[in-house]
Design a protein around this ligand. Sequence first.
Ligand code: CA
Length: 425
Amino acid sequence: MDRRIFLVLLLAGCSSPSSPNLAQATPAPAPTTPPAGPAAPPSSGDAGFDEWRGQFRTRAMGAGLSAGLIDRELTGVTPNPRVISLDSAQPEFSKPVGDYIKGTVSDERIARGQRYRSELPFWPGIEQQYGVPRDILIAVWAMESAFGAVQGDFDVIRCMASLAYHGRRRNFAEGELIAALRIIDSGEASRAQLKGSWAGAMGQTQFLPSNYLATAVDGDRDGKRDIWGSSNDALASAANLLAKGGWVRGQSWAREVTLPADFDYSLTEGPRETPDWWAQIGVRPADGRPWSAADLLAKAQLAAPAGASGPVFLLLPNHFAIRTYNNSTAYALGVGLLADRFAGGAPLVTAWPYETPLAIGDRISAQTALLRLGFNPGEPDGVVGVNTRTALRNWQKARGLTADGYLSMEMVRRLNVEAGALPAA
Ligand code: CA
């Protein structure tokens, strides 16, 4: 039996009147007999879900949706246990950024992207209107849906209802569910078309329903914003999202740079200054070519995403515009580096270093050690964010180490030794 169907049946079985409802701490009330007629949908077979649905119905009507629409679209919907388990999962190992980029910027993708940049007829119109170069849009398209091929076939209404019922991100999921219902109500897409990833990202450029309502555009001017079937619509919509996210026409997104010996790496993730400011302390383009006039006006931030032994970048404002799509440095680097290759740019001057993936236990132990040593990284949660990197930089600087804020296995070991959690080697 398909595992998904099996789990659905299992969950439905758990909430039958004769067995305990595992989803609820308190005993579930017996399902009430649904009155006939469209206004009150029949029980989903899960009393907790029915209760959430009733409360959501009131809130959605308060947001202006009709009872008929809500009941029609939520009738027969049950929580999807696969969505809930994917939402709760935290990967055991974090992929080193270099491995991620090497997987992202593949020869096969570069070749396809280079074809699309000349083959598709709609680029001049999109570039003229939004100022976002085709190479960036093709890279987003590659990353989000393998150029439109992998859009996800989850029912977005059921995904959002499942996430809202589960409760970890209830406000977010209810907002997206209301947005998805509005899309159906508008007639721009049918329920059957409203397919996406388990997290509700839809179409060739993986827009959430709220993104769709606020930002999708009708690139091919046929009267519908079809981000599933029309590449023109999807890519014009992505350009509109990046433009709204602050894309600066005519500027690049980043430059790989070299640093002088004994450089103070605590300047990474720090000030945003012009290329001339950075040049005064020895930060120069790695390829030796001059900055463009437009880029000389940009305020750029230094980043060493794989630490001092990997490539170093000055990130221009357009890097941060890409992050409106997905707020991850690695993701935005992947998009930008792919785009540079589509445009005929050379590979990076400095190779990504080989790194051992860190297990969640390694990351938590390093955070716990930093906390114990008086360098507060925030609550140890295994997520290496800006607070952890800042704490690590401060500890590295205080110990006379290269303060690149990069948590390598060697740093994990040293921290645990100093904090007394590991014997000295
Ligand atoms: Ca269209």
